[in-house]
Write a protein that binds this ligand. Sequence first.
Ligand SMILES: [Zn+2]
Ligand SMILES: [Zn+2]
Length: 351
Amino acid sequence: MKAVRMYKPKDLRVEDVEKPVMQPDEVMVKVHACGVCGSDIPRILTYGAHVSPIICGHEFSGEIEAVGDQVEGYQVGDRVVVPPLIPCGHCEWCKKGIYSLCEDYDYYGSRRDGAYAQYVSVKKTNLLKVPDGVSYEDAATLDPCANAWHGLVNRGHFKEGDTVAVVGAGPIGLFAVQIAHMKGAKKIIAIDVWDKKLEIAKSVGADVVVNSLENDPVKAVMDATDGEGANVVVDFSGAPVAQQQAIMMTAKMGRVVFLGISHKGLDLKPETVDTLMRGQIELAGSWNSFTDPFPGEDWTESLKMYEKGMTAKDIISHRITLDEVPEIFKNIDKGHYFFNKIMIFPWGVEK
Ligand SMILES: [Zn+2]
Ligand SMILES: [Zn+2]
């Protein structure tokens, strides 16, 4: 089969490799669509993965082509999407059902081969059926959508009637805008440094958009909320300056969630510490999206949103084949290259 393998950071090769061997508790998934995750970028350009060579790609959907002897409830031809975490099942966090915090997990596309390939052999525990009417490319964005759900609803305690600020309008942020919009937010403010992303945010439900290179986002949120601030603020950017602003734009008794990966420190200014403390603001971290029963509500509730009309159509900026994968990472590496969700179609671009 055709696959893209990473040998070391920046070394991606399109190759003809052996089709994976299917175990009795697995199904063979013919991959129809696989998204490039934000986490694939530092994995491929900077840090490398846990094994080498490896086939990256963990945001994928496809069609079952063969079913192992121990697998029940799935048939050849079923359309499926794959939650990529394989929790160990016996650490403290797995026993509590908080699989995102598993201390000894496996993962499609970072610890074992993933879906920048035509086929992946997938465990029966890692399958969800794709509802009729939901496209493969939409289904392949369920992972970022579930992450948005986790940050906004599970960690941010978002409820109908809340005002929401979305800091960073990449794919996960744009899903958060859609979820907040579909679930009855009072007002949604989206913040980014790219006007193109803000245009999409507006088209999927943001009431106010702010380019933080041009305008003070804290002031903009205060203006949009009669000086109160937003009840739920989620930072998807991971930029320290944005994290600081996120706290400053939160309403009293509100909640700030840090979801964007930072790898940096954060020095809070005196007024930020004051705002956090005197406003009794809660600050929460958000990591991945897996709860009990696996893969959990972040996934199953997100899937229902697609049935109600949510789509990644406008969030996908590039639709490419496996042959084009090395080139796109070269472009990203050069810097200041506009992209949003990049979707790979291993059998040719489908709509
Ligand atoms: Zn991902
Ligand atoms: Zn575990």
